[in-house]
Design a protein around this ligand. Sequence first.
Ligand SMILES: [Ca+2]
Length: 317
Amino acid sequence: MAAQPASRIKIILDTDIGDDIDDAIALCFALGSPEFELLGVTAVYGDVLTRARIARKMLDLCGRPDVPVRMGFERPLAFEYHPGTAPEECSQRRAVADDPEPLERSGGAAEFIAEMVRRHPGQIHVLTIGAMTNAAAALCMDSSLSGQMAGVTSLAGYAPPREGVPEWNVRYDPLAAQCVARSGVAWTAIGADVQGDNGLTRPEFQALRDCGLPAAQFLLELIVLMKRYKGRGNPSVRGIQDVQSTHVADVMSLASFLIPERMGLTRGWVRVDNNGAIRFSPDENAPHRFAQSKLPPGCYRGEILRRLLAAGAAANE
Ligand SMILES: [Ca+2]
């Protein structure tokens, strides 16, 4: 593994891994990045057992059985489902269908987040790349946590001029996003379109296949399952050779620590409407930041691949 910086960024990754593929890519990206110290993974939304199992398997294949995985909230705080957001079956559940029950419900995600923040005051960044329910619950459970967290960074909303369009992570649980926004915590929102055109494509799939690393093979398996089974599905996808590209939106929550200048992170107030729309007001004294810019096409694709390969290679060292 590459030399690790003296002071690594302590993160908890809160994820709805198992449906869209960018969560699994983000998890691998975190593991392949020496800048981050991953203290735990928490699952949110719907079938959290399957999500936790997929995270567990990826961590193990990357040589990180030490990283704890916790199951979190299955439902939004207000139980107010919006059209098109009812939990679906995880598209990638077949990847862990034969796994034993390795996880217990005791010690849920919000409690885990709270415990880790208390143990490392001022140091923990919670990265939410799904609905913000677990983070909101932790902040509601203990009012002192907002001041003890280094910050919450969320894949939430869209960059201007689309910030008024409700994005899924916020729309599924707007109350949770409002809780985070109003908690006083240092909150950074990165829009789902900040990724620009930087998704993985055929050359990256080929490199992942050629490397022969088990974690890379598992990631390719998850990509195929997502493309074949998500939503109405596409039975013509039988292998990675049938996939053109994937998006990498969730990776941007991590990239915001590495290339903040390219995202136009601007300090201000991020307000969340009841329908999940975001409104942003610049204010250099406010506790929030909002990404204003999309990445240029193709500028980060190679870096993502490099870190995915590094994550898989770490297991062999
Ligand atoms: Ca996600």
